[in-house]
Ligand binder design. Structure first.
Ligand code: ADP
Ligand code: MG
Length: 157
């Protein structure tokens, strides 16, 4: 078990709440941070990334890069790399795309289905769990800091 430095959780009863939490995170993030997104299919991981990117000024479509594994978004100060590893069958597929190019001090990485990327995927500074608590729109969102760097970000929220 990784050490948890600190933790925050929220109830999000609609998409707008999830976007607000993602937006607060985006506005307090620092380049170099790695965020794992955890939760079932349809929990809201991609929705969270959409809120994150929109807060940084991105106006285009945000689609999960299920087949390409990663979609980079160039922002003025850094690149946001959105990974979706759901379709990976062998972690070597991920090693092949050249992870060193994506996990840099000038980028922020958000990773859906990080378990599929082990053992080559770099570790997370923050893990964001999204739980569907009923059949409707309510979610519980919890963010844990797993590094000092992650803790610094979380302390600003
Ligand atoms: P995932 O990437 O986890 O598979 P998506 O973000 O693609 O999930 O889909 C989540 C779906 O749930 C979207 O259709 C979204 O509109 C819907 N949804 C409803 N309520 C919420 C909420 N509170 N937070 C996030 N998504 C929600
Ligand atoms: Mg998704």
């Amino acid at each position: 078990m990784d050490k948890i430095y600190s933790s925050l959780s929220w109830g999000a009863t609609e998409v707008a709440h999830t976007h607000k939490i993602a937006s607060d995170l985006a506005l307090n993030i620092k380049p170099g941070v790695v965020i794992y997104l955890l939760g079932d299919l349809g929990a809201g991981k991609t929705t969270f990334v959409r809120g994150f990117l929109q807060a940084l000024g991105y106006k285009g479509k945000v689609k999960s890069p299920t087949y390409t594994l990663v979609e980079p978004y160039d922002m003025p100060d850094y690149t946001v790399n959105h990974f979706d590893l759901y379709r990976i069958e062998d972690f070597r597929e991920l090693a092949q795309i050249g992870l060193d190019e994506y996990f840099t001090e000038q980028s922020i990485c958000l990773v859906e289905w990080p378990d599929k990327g082990q053992p080559v995927l770099p570790g997370a500074d923050l893990t964001c769990y999204i739980d569907k608590i009923d059949a409707q729109d309510a979610r519980i969102i919890r963010i844990d800091a797993l590094s000092a760097r992650g803790e610094t970000v979380l302390s600003r929220l």
